[in-house]
Design a protein around this ligand. Structure first.
Ligand SMILES: Nc1ncnc2c1ncn2[C@@H]1O[C@H](COP(=O)(O)OP(=O)(O)OP(=O)(O)O)[C@@H](O)[C@H]1O
Ligand SMILES: [Mg+2]
Length: 386
């Protein structure tokens, strides 16, 4: 996949902007606060449907404007596609493909990108939610069916939580809970699909993350990826935080997950009614990473955590390259090189070789290896200069 043209309107600090892009690497340069990240954030939005920096879209709309528009021409499997998103300050966002309205979640089927940014450090050091999102975003890009499963699970979970909360408030017991059983069934059914899909993905990612880590760090620190599955937990009512590495390494099928999920759900029923929230399921799971047998979260050094975060992203890019019919994802590297030492810079740049399109931002062009610096675009105060 490559992006050949981008138009922005009232996006962040861009009033209007037009940009043509070529295959291969492009480096966006400019002083701090000029709009480099804003530009690549907009491009990334078309595949992840979110910003890598903020959770609410309101910050993406230019101050004083009611809506923002991101439009891109994309070359996908030899076809030209035009994709457009309108972000509205009030009301739902809207998407178009080739000028016809589509659901937002259709867009990632035509455009995939992987964005590397300083925020990725949170994949290693932050809360489990970020790691779940990493896996789920990748699943969604790999398979439209799983995109549906993830959306369905979210919906069922929300509805079940609402029911649990009102049951708690009104102290409903017995008959009032028959509706809950219907939601239990849905939760187990859809949740088990998601658990199995994540498990398969993690097995596929592991050798790639190990390879990417060796490549970036220049050393082998025996990267481990183990899933924490709340349906298997003995204390599912504790919160997500984990100190150790789960011992269970095996892949799990949807059928196996279903049986376990149902059993655990029955066992925590009382506690769920007490708390008014769903305590087990893929929304409570985690991906535990280890270096040399120690949990990376809490033990790994800053540089090691960084290498691991980059390795996760690189592994995602390779998985997409292998798994999707549409070719390579567009690689977006926002402010990444400034964080790395000279050797890691060189190795990361080598890892980008051969990807169809690579978009890089840097305040200091000298931080970026030669090979990614051939084509530069200057950004100044929300304007794209040539
Ligand atoms: N919704 C918005 N409306 C208007 N301006 C905005 C909006 N959101 C962000 N900005 C402005 O955009 C600028 C930041 O742009 P951006 O993050 O792209 O900078 P950058 O070029 O990546 O800088 P750095 O080199 O520091 O990373 C800030 O000046 C900020 O005030
Ligand atoms: Mg920036």
């Amino acid at each position: 996949v490559i992006v050949t043209h981008v138009s922005l309107r009232d996006y962040r600090n861009y009033a209007e902007a037009e940009l043509s892009l070529s295959p291969g690497p492009t480096l966006f340069v400019g002083s701090n606060g000029q709009g480099k990240t804003n530009l690549v954030e907009a491009i990334g939005y078309l595949s992840s449907l979110r910003s890598h920096r903020v959770s609410s879209d309101a910050a993406l709309i230019r101050q004083g404007a009611d809506f923002a528009v991101i439009r891109a021409r994309i070359e996908h499997a030899g076809r030209q596609i035009s994709a457009e998103v309108q972000l509205n300050r009030s009301g739902a966002n809207r998407a178009q493909l080739n000028r016809s309205p589509v659901k937002m979640r259709e867009l990632p089927r035509y455009f995939s990108s992987v964005l590397f940014a300083p925020e990725d450090l949170a994949l290693v050091r932050g809360e489990p939610a970020g790691r779940r999102r990493y896996l789920d975003e990748l699943l969604a890009l790999l398979s439209p069916r799983l995109l549906g499963v993830i959306a369905d699970y979210d919906r069922v979970l929300r509805q079940r939580n609402t029911l649990l909360k009102s049951a708690r408030a009104s102290r409903v017991r017995g008959t009032g809970l028959s509706t809950l059983e219907v939601w239990d069934e849905r939760l187990v059914e859809i949740g088990s699909d998601l658990i199995a899909a994540r498990s398969e993905l993690v097995a596929e990612l592991l050798p790639r993350v190990q390879g990417a880590y060796r490549l970036i760090a220049g050393e082998d620190h025996a990267v481990g990826l183990t899933e924490y599955r709340s349906i298997l937990s003995r204390h599912p009512d504790d919160d997500d935080s984990l100190d150790g590495i789960p011992s269970d390494q095996a892949m799990i099928s949807a059928a196996e997950a279903r049986a376990v999920f149902q059993r655990t759900l029955d066992a925590v029923r009382g506690k769920e009614l007490e708390r008014g929230v769903s305590l087990v399921g893929p929304h409570r799971d985690d991906l535990v990473m280890a270096l040399n047998g120690l949990p990376a979260r809490g033990y790994a050094s800053h540089g090691e955590s960084w290498s691991l975060a980059l390795a996760l992203k690189l592994a995602a890019a390779e998985t997409l390259r292998n798994g999707s019919g549409g070719g390579d994802p567009v690689l977006i590297l926002d402010d990444v090189f400034a964080e790395l030492d000279e050797r890691r810079r060189g190795r990361l740049s080598t890892a980008m070789d051969g990807f169809e399109q690579v978009l890089v931002t840097a305040a200091v062009p000298g931080d970026v290896p030669e090979g990614l610096r051939q084509h530069m675009v200057a950004i100044e105060a929300g304007r794209i200069l040539d």
